[in-house]
Design a protein around this ligand. Structure first.
Ligand code: KIV
Length: 279
């Protein structure tokens, strides 16, 4: 089949047709190649990078340089999906000028098609300015991990009337200033469904129920590439970590026993040449 590069308007058209949008996180070239081949609609280089790849205990320490390093690797592996780059903590919160500069870096240096940032109504002027600079924006509300200190932990958001209304108002403000996509993280299903119905933005859920326009998962949760069990909102389709550990143990044992490398992994040489060597 003749595949075409997917664009943000293609994702919006999917919403209009009632077709689901798929999104996954990736942080490196081989994972990006697998996603390209599998046919996912969009790939997010999330700042979850900090926790699942770099070993930080939150997303807060992630820097622009770390994001760009991984975004460039993913860009080299992707041909078709929309590439979304996460703006790390404090790369868009200091001033609108700083936000446009850093969003521009993710587009120019990283080759992103869109940038993602966390926040609601308070971020609307920033989103407006970034969109005004010609950069598509994916918003992110609900559980926003960069604000974990303020939220007091990784908790479901919008469960009471005031919290739910705040998220409705956040989404309306972000749509008003031109965000194209919005991630809902850990919010109740009926709330995500209600906003999805009302908003022109493509809603992407993670722990937000099945009625969002699309879904996103962290790839490490999907393939079981972590020591911990996947969080409640994730579905695990493979369990790579035990197999990875097992294969490393096999290698260690084989080297210790002299079973690796075997003849088929080694390079032969004419014995007459060996005999003439002065060693
Ligand atoms: O950083 C990330 O991977 C994310 C997703 C969980 C949406 O923000």
């Amino acid at each position: 089949m003749d595949r075409k590069k997917i664009t943000i308007p293609d994702l919006i058209a999917k919403k209009a047709r009632g077709e689901k949008v798929t999104m996954l996180t990736a942080y490196d070239y081989p994972t990006a190649r697998a996603m390209d081949q599998a046919g996912v609609d969009s790939v997010l280089v999330g700042d979850s990078l900090g926790m699942v790849v770099l070993g930080y205990d939150s997303t807060v320490p992630v820097t622009m340089e770390e994001m760009l390093h991984h975004i460039k690797a993913v860009r080299r592996g992707l041909k078709y999906p929309v590439l979304i780059g996460d703006m790390p903590f404090m790369s868009y919160n200091v001033s609108i000028e700083q936000a446009i500069t850093n969003a521009g870096r993710l587009m120019k240096e990283g080759g992103c098609d869109c940038v993602k940032l966390e926040g609601g109504v308070e971020l609307a002027p920033t989103v407006k300015a970034i969109v005004g600079a010609g950069i598509p924006v994916c918003a992110h509300i609900g559980l926003t991990p960069q604000s974990v200190a303020q939220l007091g932990g990784y908790k479901v958001q919008g469960k009471d009337l005031a919290g739910a209304q705040q998220l409705v108002d956040d989404a309306a403000a972000l749509a008003e200033v031109g965000a194209s996509l919005i991630v809902f993280e850990c919010i109740p299903t009926p709330l995500a469904a209600a906003i999805t119905q009302a908003t022109p933005m493509v809603t992407i859920g993670i722990g937000a129920g099945p009625e969002c326009d699309g879904q996103v998962l962290v790839i490490h949760d999907l393939v079981g590439l972590a020591e911990r069990n996947p969080p409640k909102m994730a579905k695990q389709y493979a369990n790579i970590f035990p197999g990875l550990t097992e294969s490393i143990t096999g290698y260690i044992n084989d080297v210790a026993a002299g079973d690796f490398p075997a003849e088929e992994h080694s390079f032969a040489m004419d014995q007459a040449i060996v005999d003439q060597l002065k060693v």
